[in-house]
Design a protein around this ligand. Structure first.
Ligand SMILES: [Fe+2]
Length: 406
């Protein structure tokens, strides 16, 4: 099962309250997974291994890492140090990929062909990297079966963000245990591809000519889970108004303000605006009450800190491909949803935010291309049976949003 089947019975309940309220969840695939998770937890507590490793991976209050191109770590695919021969950075965008199933392999194979032809030197994984409950340890074999193996040949650094399935407690996809995401941060130390120096971070890439001048593009990767979970957070560190989210907001505000990059790109698993069935921040899955399920505080974060300052918000969560229109409401920021790297949508739009192009049926991925002249996004659909990609849409803008509201 996956998040598609999760219908919260009530906003802001803990996982235990949710399971007690609806005992039927104890049956079928959800119940099976809950029993597996409980067994794993018992073994972890008795062994004192998994929980301890996760707790030590990133201590509360640890400052996020900032990185710049040119930083070379032995054994890792390096961040690109300059635009390609076309004068641009070409970046692969994928989301909700981590199933390990044939559809993930097919999309990755199709992307590999396009990336080779287009000089792609960086990739983005927009969360839900390891279905259904994230990794069970820093070295879980799922990192191989659901990331390294499918992406073999896509030999570049992957900027990874945490999705709800990466941070789930007992209930798959609940987002109710953000600390589990620490294992994905730890895994970055041993992977050539997986780039996640901390739970939220920024990466700047230089313009042609080197690192002396202003960066050409900067990425700001967020952890949206503590303000979007299907259940109430139980660790005070991760409360919607707790120290973790306060620190992340202050960091993002400061980092966007300080950035001198021509193009600014925010990466967050949960979208601000979304025409797919999960809906938009503030009313996710039909809820408009509570501090967690509706995403009301992520809506605040996007509107108060990001809109009008970043050129793009790149998200997954919905298993669709959407290029939404930048509008006055968004301060000129464009929302993109790209979560169809392993699963596909239900074939129809559920909301009507202005859209440049959208697809609710196909698997696919996107390419982002940035130069000092323009930013272009190309959407590709993938035929899983043939493992072939088709360019479905291209949109281009020459005017950065940055500087409009600093
Ligand atoms: Fe998700």
């Amino acid at each position: 099962m996956c998040d598609d089947e999760l219908i919260p019975p009530s906003a802001d309940m803990t996982e235990d309250e949710w399971l007690r309220r609806d005992p039927s969840l104890g049956e079928g695939p959800v119940g099976q997974r809950v029993r597996e998770m409980r067994a794993l937890r018992r073994r972890s507590v008795l062994g004192g291994v998994v929980a301890g490793a996760a707790a030590l991976a990133v201590l509360p209050g640890q400052a996020p890492a900032a990185a710049a191109a040119g930083t070379r770590e032995p054994g890792k695919f390096p961040l690109p140090t300059g635009p390609n021969r076309a004068g641009e950075y070409a970046v692969l965008l994928t989301g909700d990929a981590g199933t390990g199933e044939e559809s993930q392999h097919a999309v990755a194979a199709a992307a590999r062909e396009v990336c080779t032809a287009q000089g792609v030197s960086l990739a983005v994984g927009l969360g839900d990297n390891i279905y259904e409950n994230g990794p069970e340890s820093d070295h879980d074999s799922e990192f191989a079966s659901k990331f390294e193996d499918p992406n073999s040949g896509l030999d570049m650094p992957w900027l990874m963000v945490l999705g709800n399935h990466d941070c789930s407690g007992l209930i798959p996809g609940s987002g109710g245990d953000p600390s589990r995401g620490d294992r994905e941060v730890s895994y970055a130390k041993s992977s050539r591809r997986w780039y996640m120096p901390s739970r939220y971070y920024n990466v700047a890439l230089p313009a042609a000519g080197g690192a002396q001048g202003d960066p050409l593009v900067e990425f700001f990767a967020l952890d949206t889970n503590p303000v979007t979970s299907y259940v109430m957070q139980t660790d005070p560190h991760y409360y919607w108004n707790g120290p973790y989210m306060r620190d992340q907001r202050a960091w993002l505000d400061g980092a966007l303000k300080a950035s001198r990059a021509r193009w600014k790109i925010v990466l967050g698993h949960h979208p601000y605006l979304n025409n797919g069935k999960h809906g938009s921040a503030g009313s996710y899955d039909g809820f408009v009450i509570g501090n967690y399920t509706s995403g009301i505080h992520l809506k605040e974060l996007y509107e108060e800190v990001v809109c009008g300052r970043a050129d793009l918000i790149l998200s997954g969560h919905d298993h669709t491909l959407q290029l939404l229109e930048p509008t006055a409401r968004t301060g000129g920021t464009r929302q993109i949803v790209c979560g169809a790297a392993a699963k596909s949508g239900d074939g129809k739009a559920h909301f009507n935010h202005p859209s440049t192009w959208q697809n609710f049926s196909d698997h696919g991925f996107m390419l982002l291309k940035v130069s000092d002249r323009a930013m272009t996004v190309e959407a590709y659909t993938v035929d899983v049976a043939t493992r072939k990609a088709s360019l479905a849409h291209r949109t281009r803008t020459a005017t950065p949003v940055a500087g409009a509201r600093v």
